[in-house]
Ligand binder design. Structure first.
Ligand code: PMP
Length: 390
Protein backbone atom coordinates (compact mmCIF):
# COMPACT_ATOMS: atom_id res chain seq x y z
CA UNK A 1 0.00 0.00 0.00
CA UNK A 2 1.24 3.45 -0.91
CA UNK A 3 1.77 5.99 1.83
CA UNK A 4 1.11 9.66 1.28
CA UNK A 5 3.90 11.74 -0.14
CA UNK A 6 3.25 14.18 2.65
CA UNK A 7 4.24 11.66 5.32
CA UNK A 8 7.12 10.02 3.47
CA UNK A 9 8.45 13.44 2.49
CA UNK A 10 8.63 14.86 6.01
CA UNK A 11 12.29 14.04 6.61
CA UNK A 12 13.43 15.15 3.18
CA UNK A 13 15.64 12.03 2.90
CA UNK A 14 19.36 11.79 3.63
CA UNK A 15 21.14 11.87 6.98
CA UNK A 16 21.36 15.69 7.05
CA UNK A 17 24.65 15.44 8.99
CA UNK A 18 23.18 13.52 11.93
CA UNK A 19 25.51 10.51 11.51
CA UNK A 20 27.87 11.73 14.18
CA UNK A 21 25.00 12.08 16.64
CA UNK A 22 23.78 8.53 16.04
CA UNK A 23 27.36 7.19 16.20
CA UNK A 24 27.88 8.90 19.55
CA UNK A 25 24.62 7.48 20.88
CA UNK A 26 25.66 3.97 19.75
CA UNK A 27 29.08 4.32 21.41
CA UNK A 28 27.49 5.51 24.66
CA UNK A 29 25.00 2.61 24.52
CA UNK A 30 27.93 0.20 24.09
CA UNK A 31 29.40 1.53 27.32
CA UNK A 32 32.06 3.86 25.88
CA UNK A 33 32.58 7.07 27.87
CA UNK A 34 31.36 9.70 25.41
CA UNK A 35 31.03 13.37 26.39
CA UNK A 36 27.76 14.30 24.68
CA UNK A 37 27.52 17.95 23.72
CA UNK A 38 24.90 17.31 21.08
CA UNK A 39 21.26 17.91 21.94
CA UNK A 40 19.57 20.66 23.92
CA UNK A 41 18.73 18.83 27.10
CA UNK A 42 19.66 20.18 30.55
CA UNK A 43 21.95 18.18 32.78
CA UNK A 44 19.52 18.89 35.64
CA UNK A 45 16.07 17.34 35.86
CA UNK A 46 12.67 18.94 36.48
CA UNK A 47 12.58 20.63 39.89
CA UNK A 48 11.12 18.27 42.57
CA UNK A 49 8.61 20.94 43.60
CA UNK A 50 7.15 20.88 40.06
CA UNK A 51 7.00 17.09 40.17
CA UNK A 52 5.19 17.31 43.48
CA UNK A 53 2.63 19.65 41.96
CA UNK A 54 2.21 17.17 39.09
CA UNK A 55 1.76 14.27 41.48
CA UNK A 56 -0.69 16.17 43.67
CA UNK A 57 -2.76 17.21 40.66
CA UNK A 58 -2.93 13.62 39.42
CA UNK A 59 -3.85 12.25 42.84
CA UNK A 60 -6.50 14.95 43.20
CA UNK A 61 -8.12 13.55 40.08
CA UNK A 62 -6.95 15.74 37.19
CA UNK A 63 -6.40 12.61 35.10
CA UNK A 64 -9.43 12.69 32.84
CA UNK A 65 -9.72 14.58 29.56
CA UNK A 66 -8.46 18.07 30.23
CA UNK A 67 -9.75 21.25 28.68
CA UNK A 68 -8.63 21.12 25.02
CA UNK A 69 -7.59 24.81 24.69
CA UNK A 70 -5.70 24.46 27.97
CA UNK A 71 -6.85 24.93 31.55
CA UNK A 72 -7.92 28.50 32.24
CA UNK A 73 -5.31 29.15 34.92
CA UNK A 74 -2.44 28.13 32.66
CA UNK A 75 -3.74 30.10 29.67
CA UNK A 76 -4.07 33.13 31.97
CA UNK A 77 -0.55 32.62 33.36
CA UNK A 78 0.96 32.37 29.87
CA UNK A 79 -1.00 35.45 28.76
CA UNK A 80 0.21 37.43 31.78
CA UNK A 81 3.79 36.36 31.20
CA UNK A 82 3.65 37.45 27.54
CA UNK A 83 2.04 40.77 28.45
CA UNK A 84 4.73 41.47 31.04
CA UNK A 85 7.64 40.40 28.90
CA UNK A 86 6.67 41.92 25.57
CA UNK A 87 4.30 44.74 26.45
CA UNK A 88 1.70 43.29 24.07
CA UNK A 89 -1.66 42.97 25.81
CA UNK A 90 -2.45 39.25 25.80
CA UNK A 91 -5.46 37.42 27.21
CA UNK A 92 -6.32 33.74 27.54
CA UNK A 93 -8.15 33.93 24.20
CA UNK A 94 -4.80 34.63 22.58
CA UNK A 95 -3.30 31.40 23.94
CA UNK A 96 -3.73 27.69 23.17
CA UNK A 97 -1.78 25.13 25.19
CA UNK A 98 0.01 22.48 23.09
CA UNK A 99 2.04 19.34 23.76
CA UNK A 100 5.37 21.21 23.64
CA UNK A 101 6.84 23.76 21.29
CA UNK A 102 7.19 21.24 18.48
CA UNK A 103 3.43 20.67 18.28
CA UNK A 104 3.04 24.46 18.44
CA UNK A 105 5.37 24.88 15.44
CA UNK A 106 3.34 22.33 13.49
CA UNK A 107 0.02 23.92 14.46
CA UNK A 108 1.24 27.43 13.58
CA UNK A 109 2.29 26.33 10.10
CA UNK A 110 -0.94 24.41 9.68
CA UNK A 111 -2.82 27.63 10.40
CA UNK A 112 -0.85 29.77 7.96
CA UNK A 113 0.00 27.64 4.90
CA UNK A 114 -2.11 25.77 2.41
CA UNK A 115 -0.87 22.82 0.36
CA UNK A 116 2.03 23.96 -1.85
CA UNK A 117 2.45 27.37 -0.22
CA UNK A 118 5.97 28.57 0.42
CA UNK A 119 6.99 28.97 4.05
CA UNK A 120 10.30 30.67 4.85
CA UNK A 121 12.74 29.62 7.56
CA UNK A 122 16.16 30.93 8.47
CA UNK A 123 19.28 28.87 7.74
CA UNK A 124 21.02 27.75 10.02
CA UNK A 125 17.90 26.25 11.51
CA UNK A 126 16.64 24.02 14.30
CA UNK A 127 16.62 20.51 12.87
CA UNK A 128 12.87 19.99 12.62
CA UNK A 129 11.98 23.21 10.79
CA UNK A 130 11.95 22.12 7.14
CA UNK A 131 10.24 18.81 8.04
CA UNK A 132 7.59 20.63 10.05
CA UNK A 133 6.83 22.82 7.04
CA UNK A 134 6.72 19.80 4.70
CA UNK A 135 4.53 18.02 7.24
CA UNK A 136 1.70 20.51 6.68
CA UNK A 137 2.08 20.20 2.90
CA UNK A 138 3.91 23.49 2.46
CA UNK A 139 7.23 24.06 0.72
CA UNK A 140 10.20 25.17 2.85
CA UNK A 141 12.35 27.97 1.42
CA UNK A 142 15.54 29.01 3.23
CA UNK A 143 16.60 32.56 4.06
CA UNK A 144 20.33 31.95 4.16
CA UNK A 145 22.36 33.99 6.63
CA UNK A 146 26.12 34.32 7.05
CA UNK A 147 28.61 33.90 9.92
CA UNK A 148 29.85 37.41 9.15
CA UNK A 149 26.50 38.82 10.24
CA UNK A 150 26.31 36.43 13.23
CA UNK A 151 23.64 34.51 11.32
CA UNK A 152 21.09 37.29 11.90
CA UNK A 153 18.69 37.63 8.96
CA UNK A 154 18.54 41.15 7.54
CA UNK A 155 15.56 42.73 5.82
CA UNK A 156 17.39 42.27 2.51
CA UNK A 157 18.09 38.59 3.17
CA UNK A 158 14.38 38.03 3.79
CA UNK A 159 13.20 40.25 0.94
CA UNK A 160 15.22 38.18 -1.55
CA UNK A 161 13.10 35.11 -0.73
CA UNK A 162 9.84 36.68 0.35
CA UNK A 163 7.95 37.05 -2.90
CA UNK A 164 4.97 34.69 -2.91
CA UNK A 165 5.72 33.24 0.53
CA UNK A 166 3.07 32.94 3.26
CA UNK A 167 5.15 32.98 6.41
CA UNK A 168 8.58 33.26 7.94
CA UNK A 169 9.76 31.20 10.90
CA UNK A 170 12.30 32.98 13.10
CA UNK A 171 13.95 31.92 16.34
CA UNK A 172 15.54 34.16 18.94
CA UNK A 173 17.46 33.31 21.13
CA UNK A 174 18.58 30.97 18.41
CA UNK A 175 19.20 27.29 18.16
CA UNK A 176 21.75 26.32 16.79
CA UNK A 177 23.76 29.54 16.97
CA UNK A 178 23.05 30.92 20.47
CA UNK A 179 22.57 34.32 18.82
CA UNK A 180 20.05 36.78 20.29
CA UNK A 181 18.60 38.91 17.51
CA UNK A 182 19.28 42.60 18.00
CA UNK A 183 16.72 45.37 17.53
CA UNK A 184 17.75 46.06 13.93
CA UNK A 185 17.19 42.40 13.03
CA UNK A 186 13.81 42.17 14.74
CA UNK A 187 12.71 45.45 13.11
CA UNK A 188 13.92 44.12 9.75
CA UNK A 189 11.85 40.96 10.22
CA UNK A 190 8.80 43.08 11.08
CA UNK A 191 9.32 45.32 8.07
CA UNK A 192 9.65 42.32 5.74
CA UNK A 193 6.49 40.74 7.19
CA UNK A 194 4.51 43.94 6.69
CA UNK A 195 5.87 44.72 3.20
CA UNK A 196 5.51 41.18 1.87
CA UNK A 197 2.37 40.32 3.84
CA UNK A 198 3.92 37.39 5.68
CA UNK A 199 2.84 35.65 8.85
CA UNK A 200 5.63 35.62 11.39
CA UNK A 201 6.00 32.39 13.33
CA UNK A 202 8.27 33.37 16.18
CA UNK A 203 9.88 30.50 18.07
CA UNK A 204 10.74 31.94 21.48
CA UNK A 205 11.32 28.75 23.46
CA UNK A 206 14.68 30.08 24.74
CA UNK A 207 13.33 33.46 25.87
CA UNK A 208 14.50 32.98 29.47
CA UNK A 209 18.05 32.10 28.47
CA UNK A 210 19.55 35.43 27.52
CA UNK A 211 23.05 36.38 28.74
CA UNK A 212 23.74 39.48 26.68
CA UNK A 213 21.27 42.01 25.35
CA UNK A 214 17.56 41.43 25.77
CA UNK A 215 14.97 39.17 24.23
CA UNK A 216 12.89 41.08 21.69
CA UNK A 217 9.74 39.51 20.35
CA UNK A 218 8.73 40.33 16.76
CA UNK A 219 5.14 40.37 18.07
CA UNK A 220 5.96 43.56 19.98
CA UNK A 221 6.99 45.48 16.84
CA UNK A 222 4.63 47.93 15.14
CA UNK A 223 1.95 46.21 13.08
CA UNK A 224 3.04 42.72 14.11
CA UNK A 225 0.59 41.57 16.80
CA UNK A 226 -2.01 40.69 14.15
CA UNK A 227 0.37 38.66 12.03
CA UNK A 228 2.60 36.94 14.60
CA UNK A 229 2.18 33.52 16.17
CA UNK A 230 4.53 33.06 19.12
CA UNK A 231 5.68 29.53 19.89
CA UNK A 232 6.53 28.99 23.56
CA UNK A 233 7.41 26.04 25.74
CA UNK A 234 8.14 24.96 29.30
CA UNK A 235 10.88 22.61 28.02
CA UNK A 236 13.89 24.91 28.15
CA UNK A 237 12.79 27.55 30.68
CA UNK A 238 11.79 25.04 33.37
CA UNK A 239 13.74 21.90 32.42
CA UNK A 240 10.45 20.18 31.55
CA UNK A 241 11.44 18.70 28.18
CA UNK A 242 9.70 15.38 28.84
CA UNK A 243 6.46 16.91 30.08
CA UNK A 244 5.52 18.15 26.60
CA UNK A 245 3.83 21.41 27.37
CA UNK A 246 4.01 24.61 25.35
CA UNK A 247 1.75 27.07 23.57
CA UNK A 248 0.92 29.18 20.58
CA UNK A 249 0.04 32.81 21.29
CA UNK A 250 -1.48 35.03 18.62
CA UNK A 251 -4.62 36.72 17.32
CA UNK A 252 -7.85 35.42 18.83
CA UNK A 253 -9.27 34.26 15.49
CA UNK A 254 -6.19 32.13 14.80
CA UNK A 255 -6.23 30.66 18.29
CA UNK A 256 -9.89 29.69 17.82
CA UNK A 257 -8.89 27.72 14.69
CA UNK A 258 -5.95 26.14 16.51
CA UNK A 259 -8.32 24.98 19.25
CA UNK A 260 -10.34 23.24 16.51
CA UNK A 261 -7.13 21.67 15.24
CA UNK A 262 -6.24 20.49 18.76
CA UNK A 263 -9.66 18.87 19.09
CA UNK A 264 -8.92 16.86 15.98
CA UNK A 265 -5.27 16.02 16.69
CA UNK A 266 -3.97 16.03 20.26
CA UNK A 267 -7.18 16.53 22.22
CA UNK A 268 -5.21 18.67 24.63
CA UNK A 269 -2.44 18.18 27.15
CA UNK A 270 -2.84 16.04 30.30
CA UNK A 271 -4.43 18.03 33.13
CA UNK A 272 -1.81 17.14 35.75
CA UNK A 273 0.96 18.30 33.38
CA UNK A 274 -0.86 21.60 32.82
CA UNK A 275 -1.29 22.04 36.59
CA UNK A 276 2.43 21.41 37.06
CA UNK A 277 3.23 23.96 34.34
CA UNK A 278 1.00 26.50 36.04
CA UNK A 279 2.71 25.83 39.37
CA UNK A 280 6.10 26.25 37.65
CA UNK A 281 5.12 29.59 36.08
CA UNK A 282 3.80 30.79 39.44
CA UNK A 283 7.28 30.32 40.92
CA UNK A 284 8.30 33.35 38.87
CA UNK A 285 11.66 34.31 37.39
CA UNK A 286 13.80 32.95 40.26
CA UNK A 287 13.21 29.35 39.21
CA UNK A 288 13.80 30.23 35.55
CA UNK A 289 17.08 31.93 36.49
CA UNK A 290 18.15 28.84 38.42
CA UNK A 291 17.50 26.62 35.40
CA UNK A 292 19.36 29.02 33.10
CA UNK A 293 22.34 29.68 35.41
CA UNK A 294 24.55 26.72 34.43
CA UNK A 295 24.52 27.79 30.77
CA UNK A 296 25.43 31.33 31.71
CA UNK A 297 28.38 30.12 33.83
CA UNK A 298 29.64 27.72 31.16
CA UNK A 299 29.42 30.35 28.49
CA UNK A 300 31.54 32.66 30.66
CA UNK A 301 34.14 29.90 31.04
CA UNK A 302 34.01 29.23 27.29
CA UNK A 303 34.70 32.88 26.50
CA UNK A 304 37.90 32.82 28.54
CA UNK A 305 39.10 29.62 26.83
CA UNK A 306 38.25 30.82 23.33
CA UNK A 307 39.93 34.18 23.89
CA UNK A 308 43.16 32.33 24.73
CA UNK A 309 43.62 31.24 21.09
CA UNK A 310 42.92 32.71 17.69
CA UNK A 311 42.13 29.79 15.41
CA UNK A 312 38.58 28.92 16.40
CA UNK A 313 36.11 31.80 16.39
CA UNK A 314 32.97 32.03 18.46
CA UNK A 315 29.88 33.38 16.72
CA UNK A 316 28.92 36.36 18.93
CA UNK A 317 26.07 34.90 20.90
CA UNK A 318 24.04 35.92 23.89
CA UNK A 319 21.64 33.15 24.76
CA UNK A 320 20.33 29.57 24.64
CA UNK A 321 22.34 26.48 25.51
CA UNK A 322 24.72 26.50 22.59
CA UNK A 323 27.99 27.82 21.24
CA UNK A 324 28.54 27.94 17.51
CA UNK A 325 32.25 27.64 16.72
CA UNK A 326 33.65 28.73 13.38
CA UNK A 327 36.30 26.17 12.38
CA UNK A 328 36.79 27.27 8.80
CA UNK A 329 40.42 28.19 9.54
CA UNK A 330 41.15 24.49 10.12
CA UNK A 331 40.20 23.71 6.53
CA UNK A 332 37.87 20.93 7.69
CA UNK A 333 34.14 20.70 7.28
CA UNK A 334 32.14 20.67 10.49
CA UNK A 335 31.23 17.07 9.73
CA UNK A 336 34.84 15.91 9.25
CA UNK A 337 35.92 17.76 12.39
CA UNK A 338 33.07 16.33 14.48
CA UNK A 339 33.69 12.79 13.24
CA UNK A 340 37.43 12.89 14.01
CA UNK A 341 36.79 14.54 17.37
CA UNK A 342 34.43 11.70 18.27
CA UNK A 343 36.88 9.03 17.14
CA UNK A 344 39.95 10.48 18.82
CA UNK A 345 38.58 12.15 21.95
CA UNK A 346 35.14 10.60 22.49
CA UNK A 347 33.58 14.08 22.43
CA UNK A 348 30.34 14.41 20.47
CA UNK A 349 29.31 17.75 18.98
CA UNK A 350 26.93 18.59 16.14
CA UNK A 351 28.42 19.47 12.74
CA UNK A 352 27.19 22.86 11.56
CA UNK A 353 26.05 21.12 8.38
CA UNK A 354 23.31 19.38 10.41
CA UNK A 355 21.63 22.78 10.60
CA UNK A 356 21.88 23.80 6.97
CA UNK A 357 24.40 25.06 4.47
CA UNK A 358 24.93 28.43 6.17
CA UNK A 359 26.69 26.78 9.13
CA UNK A 360 29.09 24.66 7.06
CA UNK A 361 32.58 24.63 8.57
CA UNK A 362 31.16 25.17 12.06
CA UNK A 363 30.27 22.97 15.00
CA UNK A 364 27.55 23.48 17.57
CA UNK A 365 28.56 22.73 21.14
CA UNK A 366 25.71 22.21 23.61
CA UNK A 367 26.74 23.41 27.09
CA UNK A 368 24.92 20.51 28.67
CA UNK A 369 27.48 18.74 30.88
CA UNK A 370 28.65 19.90 34.30
CA UNK A 371 31.07 22.82 34.46
CA UNK A 372 34.42 21.03 34.92
CA UNK A 373 33.69 18.38 32.28
CA UNK A 374 32.48 21.11 29.93
CA UNK A 375 35.65 23.19 30.35
CA UNK A 376 37.84 20.10 29.83
CA UNK A 377 35.93 19.12 26.69
CA UNK A 378 36.11 22.62 25.25
CA UNK A 379 39.86 22.80 25.97
CA UNK A 380 40.26 19.50 24.10
CA UNK A 381 38.16 20.75 21.19
CA UNK A 382 40.32 23.87 20.87
CA UNK A 383 43.61 21.97 21.00
CA UNK A 384 42.26 19.38 18.57
CA UNK A 385 41.53 22.22 16.16
CA UNK A 386 45.21 23.28 16.40
CA UNK A 387 46.37 19.69 15.81
CA UNK A 388 44.31 19.17 12.65
CA UNK A 389 45.21 22.51 11.09
CA UNK A 390 47.95 22.07 8.46
N1 PMP B 1 12.29 25.21 18.96
C1 PMP B 1 13.61 25.13 19.17
C2 PMP B 1 14.48 26.19 18.61
C3 PMP B 1 14.15 24.07 19.90
O1 PMP B 1 15.46 24.01 20.10
C4 PMP B 1 13.27 23.07 20.39
C5 PMP B 1 13.77 21.86 21.16
N2 PMP B 1 15.09 21.55 21.08
C6 PMP B 1 11.91 23.21 20.14
C7 PMP B 1 11.45 24.29 19.43
C8 PMP B 1 10.89 22.22 20.60
O2 PMP B 1 10.90 22.07 21.95
P1 PMP B 1 9.72 21.38 22.76
O3 PMP B 1 8.88 20.65 21.79
O4 PMP B 1 10.39 20.46 23.74
O5 PMP B 1 9.01 22.49 23.42
Amino acid sequence: MELSQRITGVTGGGSDGWDVFYRARAMAAAGEPVVELTIGEHDIRTDPAILNAMHNAAVAGHTGYASVPGVTGLRDAVAKRLTERTGVKTSRDNVVITPGGQAALFAAHHATSDEGDVALYVDPYYATYPGTIRGVGAVPRAVVTTPESAFQPSFTDIAKQARGARSILVNTPNNPTGVVYDRATVEGIARACCEYDLWCISDEVYDTQVWDGAHLSPRAMDGMADRTLVVGSMSKSHAMTGSRVGWVAGPEAVIAELINLATHTTYGVPGYIQDAALFALEQGPALEARVAAPFKRRRQAAYALIEGQNLVKLIPSGGAMYLMLDLRATGLTGEAFANSLLDTHRIAVMPGESFGQAAAGHIRVAMTVEDAAFATALTQILSFAQEVTP
